[in-house]
Write a protein that binds this ligand. Structure first.
Ligand SMILES: NC(=O)c1ccc[n+]([C@@H]2O[C@H](COP(=O)([O-])OP(=O)(O)OC[C@H]3O[C@@H](n4cnc5c(N)ncnc54)[C@H](OP(=O)(O)O)[C@@H]3O)[C@@H](O)[C@H]2O)c1
Length: 321
């Protein structure tokens, strides 16, 4: 079995790593995975994701059940598993076989091929969790525009697409408008906001522009986005592509009733996972998804991870196992 293994001595594509797999969970033939920000950190040997070694990397897997002691899963069935400790404390999706958590895996939803489910991966599933949270907390297309930060990234691109498909007026914040302005408008953004507009320290309460925010970058951008959120608006925070800091004040919360909602895709419950995948199956434009998806094999993952961290990738990267 080939797989990308993170060891104390480094990260490499190895042959014969099946001995690492414990005899538990659902045995899956992994057919696809994908590349997320966390994957890029793990396969380039950076700290913060992998918490025990040796460990097979890859926070997502899409594959066919080979054998299962759990009667909810039958051989031949396609499943998708995102997060759930993969590439943190459990062996992940960058290998030809995996042992999947029977409780947190979900069937590949009707309307998506296994390949497209992997192309969406954690980034798409997290975008769907964020959009669901906005809607559950009362943000509707009539409430006002929704700001999506890190818009050319995986989470951002899918969030723009889902929100536009649901009828929202989407403002896409990006540091790469020159190259990707048209890409974002094609995904459904109605306006583009330059990253520098929210990049500097600002007043605690600013002009209230947005009914909702999908943020994947954190830091000063998130602080300013909160300060620009309308009364009773909702800001979902899922990422730290810019910074884990939040240099904000409580003013928007206590004077405007703004809600700051955290999104955790890794340990989301199985019902939320199934809901998010249903939203993706209904709301994603398949042609656009295909256009924004680049492909690499297992032997191309480490180089693609370096590129992602260097800001040289956009959209989604499918990994063909
Ligand atoms: N909470 C969860 O469960 C969860 C799940 C998935 C992802 N995440 C997190 O969400 C974040 C995004 O993930 P992703 O897969 O979408 O990554 P990605 O594809 O690399 O996208 C990140 C985007 O952030 C923007 N960005 C990068 N550096 C920036 C900086 N210094 N300042 C401002 N913006 C910057 C870029 O967009 P522009 O060039 O368009 O500005 C980039 O495309 C990561 O921190 C990831 O760990 C969390």
């Amino acid at each position: 079995m080939r797989g990308i293994v993170v060891r104390d001595s480094g990260v490499a594509l190895e042959d014969g790593c099946e001995e690492l797999l414990a005899d538990e969970g659902v045995l899956v033939e992994v057919v696809y995975s994908d590349l997320n920000y966390k994957d890029a950190l793990a396969v380039t040997g950076r700290p913060g994701v992998v918490r025990q070694k040796p460990l097979i990397a890859g926070i997502d897997l899409v594959g066919r059940v080979v054998e299962s002691a759990d009667e909810r899963w039958t051989p031949g069935q396609w499943l998708v598993l995102n997060g759930a400790g993969l590439s943190e404390t459990r062996h992940g999706g960058y290998a030809e076989l995996a042992r999947a958590d029977a409780d947190l895996a979900v069937p590949v939803p009707d309307g998506l091929t296994p390949e497209r489910a992997a192309a969406l991966g954690t980034a798409g599933y997290t975008a769907a969790l964020a959009v669901l949270r906005l809607v559950m907390d009362g943000v509707s297309p009539d409430s006002g525009p929704v700001l999506v930060t890190g818009a050319t990234g995986g989470v951002g691109s899918v969030a723009v697409m889902l929100l536009a498909a649901a009828g929202f007026d989407v403002a896409a914040l990006t540091g790469r408008e020159d190259r990707f302005g048209d890409y974002l408008r094609d995904l459904g953004a109605s306006s583009i906001v330059g990253r520098q507009a929210l990049g500097e320290p600002g007043r605690p309460l600013q002009k209230a522009l947005y009914a909702g925010v999908v943020d994947s970058v954190g830091g000063q951008v998130l602080a300013n986005a909160i300060a620009q959120t309308q009364p009773h608006g909702v800001v979902t925070a899922c990422g730290l592509a810019a910074s884990p800091d939040l240099p904000a004040t409580v003013m928007p919360f206590i004077l405007r009733g703004v809600t700051l909602a955290g999104i955790d895709s890794v340990w989301a419950g199985v019902e939320d996972r199934a809901d998010a995948w249903r939203v993706l199956a209904r709301g994603v434009d398949l042609d656009q998804l295909d256009q924004m998806t680049d492909r690499v094999g297992l032997d191309g993952v480490i180089a693609a991870g370096e590129e992602l961290l260097a800001g040289k990738r956009h959209g989604r990267t499918l990994v063909e196992i």
